[in-house]
Design a protein around this ligand. Structure first.
Ligand SMILES: [Zn+2]
Length: 238
């Protein structure tokens, strides 16, 4: 869809949906800061515009303090700029690849959060040794391939790795975390929870060797959390 044919003016239905996602994605970047997941500008959130082949993402190199809904950029699913004054985040191609290949994904987050990065640096999946991890991720948080920015290889690595897992988070080898969600808020929640369990399990490994939870317990915890508490992103059984 060439940009010229897209009418995003505020009076249109599509324009209103874009504006809502712009506001959401702006607010959610503040959550990355609040939860200590980012240093400088190294982290980004995107959100799919419901009912359109578009997503809203952070502009490249803009500090979190300066982000406003107007500063966000709108891209098509090839990662091409559709609306915005600045260039999109350098991770836009990876986000776009995920949206193109996963119709169920409404939000994508990327961070270099400290403990998750430590696991990714040694290319070790985060083992499922805590009930909270079984609830949220349904198993281990896997490691994806080492891939450099510049083509589809990061996006492909995210999609291919998550295909075999219930996890909404993937540790891209020697790089950082990508998370997916039903919307941008859900993907941010996954990024926050990923760093939380990365920290707890790192500490557990200093004390000894934690045993992975039995598969049956993981299944029961995951089903219960997703089905009983998973109706809204606010759900928290603990
Ligand atoms: Zn990165």
């Amino acid at each position: 869809m060439p940009p010229a044919t897209v009418d995003l003016s505020p009076g249109t239905d599509l324009g209103a949906r874009v504006a809502a996602v712009r506001a959401d994605v702006t607010r959610l970047h503040g959550e990355l800061v609040r939860y200590g997941l980012v240093a400088w500008t190294a982290g980004n959130v995107s959100g799919r515009v419901p009912g359109a082949d578009l997503f809203v993402i952070k502009p490249s190199g803009v500090s979190y303090d300066e982000l406003t809904p107007e500063a966000m950029v709108v891209c098509d699913l090839d990662g091409a700029l559709v609306e915005g004054d600045r260039s999109p985040s350098s991770d836009t191609a990876a986000h776009a690849y995920v949206y193109r290949h996963r119709a169920d994904v409404g939000g994508v987050v990327h961070t270099h959060s400290t403990y998750a990065c430590a696991w990714s640096a040694v290319r070790r999946p985060i083992p499922c040794v805590l009930t909270a991890m079984a609830d949220e991720f349904g198993g281990e948080i896997p490691v994806g391939p080492f891939a450099l920015i510049g083509d589809d290889s990061i996006g492909r690595g995210i999609v291919e790795t998550l295909e075999g897992h219930r996890s909404r988070a993937v540790l891209m080898a020697q790089h950082g975390v990508f998370t997916i969600g039903s919307d941008a808020k859900d993907a941010v929640k996954a990024a926050v929870m990923c760093e939380d369990v990365a920290r707890s399990t790192f500490l557990a490994h200093q004390l000894g060797t934690p045993e992975p939870l039995p598969a049956e317990a993981v299944d029961r915890l995951f089903e219960r959390y997703q089905n009983v508490y998973g109706q809204g992103t606010e759900g928290d059984p603990r």
